[in-house]
Design a protein. Structure first.
Length: 354
């Protein structure tokens, strides 16, 4: 079932199930949204569902078709991943298997990895031959925004004249990361950050983490399950403390020191996003304490620190800071200069501080 392979995203999984059962399945789908929201998991489940012998409501995992697609051994299903020039066929195969085994935690493409014109031309030949087993021919192009211009232009030919019973699924961070001509030929599926409850539920089902720690990480990860799983490997209390010290620095550090710290932080996007996620849990605790719900705060042992932030920011300051943090996340998704965004957050915090 789609809802077993994809964490949360109920509206999307229900839509994909309807598509898989439809006689008029679109020839091309574009899955967009932030990292760690389930685009890859959904794309693989959508592709695999078309080969399941038990119907099109997702994968039963027991039939011949599901077993073949689980190991990426079905001749009619292709998975494309951006490659660097140094990638060997063995490394490529190993990467693809890891993606199939763990669509939320596979290694991301190297900085200079791309989809080459050669990959797309090979895909076109496969689609031209049709399906070996007489069913669907499906390809998932992950991180499609990594296509070279010539590769993207080549893909257009297949999108303009798709073979019958064929499906292309592209994943990308945002629609505007692709050529408009490609976007216009796809049906869009837009993924939102995973909810706190869904993220906490996924983490709680894993080994070595209790419900309280799972909820704390879920509140901090910003709806990114990849980041949430990485945070499980770090000491939670330390992460929470860094979130407080980040807010405190924005509020009270001297200007030259905070400039230098933000410049250094901007060089590590993952660390920056973790810190602003940690800061959000403290802002949430300020609101909970203000509304008389101290039992629900994440940092229950540090009520004095929560009150200190409350006095410094006030409710309006908390609201504006939280909005600025969300704006900063959007800037990151669009690859806007992170240092500029962090300085803007700092200036906003200082402007609302009491």
């Amino acid at each position: 079932m789609f809802n077993q392979a994809v964490v949360g995203q109920k509206r999307i999984t229900e839509r994909l199930e309807r598509m898989a059962q439809s006689a008029t399945l679109p020839h091309a789908l574009l899955f967009t949204g932030p990292e760690g929201t389930g685009k890859t998991a959904a794309a693989l489940e959508m592709a695999r569902s078309l080969y399941c012998d038990q119907g099109n409501e997702g994968c039963c995992e027991d039939c011949r078709g599901c077993r073949k697609t689980a190991g990426l051994n079905h001749p009619d299903m292709t998975l494309l991943f951006p490659l660097s020039r140094q990638s060997s066929p063995e490394l490529e195969r190993e990467t693809l298997v890891r993606i199939a085994e763990d669509p939320y935690g596979y290694p991301l493409p190297a900085d200079h990895a791309t989809h080459s014109i050669g990959q797309i031309r090979t895909l076109q030949k496969q689609f031209a031959y049709g399906a070996f087993e007489g069913g669907w021919r499906v390809a998932v192009i992950m991180h499609a925004d990594r296509m070279r211009v010539e590769a993207a232009n080549a893909l257009l030919k297949t999108l303009e004249e798709p073979p019958s019973r064929s499906l292309l699924i592209l994943t990308a961070s945002a629609q505007d990361a692709l050529l408009p001509t490609i976007v216009s030929r796809c049906q869009w599926v837009v993924f939102s950050p995973v909810s706190i409850d869904d993220a906490a539920r996924m983490l709680s089902n894993g080994p070595g983490i209790d419900a309280e720690a799972a909820m704390s990480i879920a509140r901090t990860c910003g709806g990114n399950l990849r980041r949430a799983r990485e945070m499980v490997d770090h000491e939670v209390d330390g992460l929470q403390d860094r979130g407080y010290r980040f807010l405190a620095a924005l509020l009270w550090d001297e200007d030259p020191r905070i400039h230098a710290a933000l410049e250094k932080l901007a060089a590590d996007r993952d660390e920056a996003l973790q810190l602003i996620g940690g800061a959000e849990t403290w802002l949430r605790d300020v609101l909970l304490l203000h509304h008389g719900d101290p039992g629900s705060v994440t940092h229950g042992g540090r009520v004095d620190d929560i009150r200190r932030l409350s006095r410094a920011l006030g409710l309006e300051g908390v609201r504006r800071t939280a909005e600025k943090i969300e704006s900063l996340r959007e800037m990151n998704r669009r690859n806007v200069n992170l240092y500029v965004g962090l300085v803007s957050l700092w200036q906003e915090v200082r402007s609302v501080a009491n």
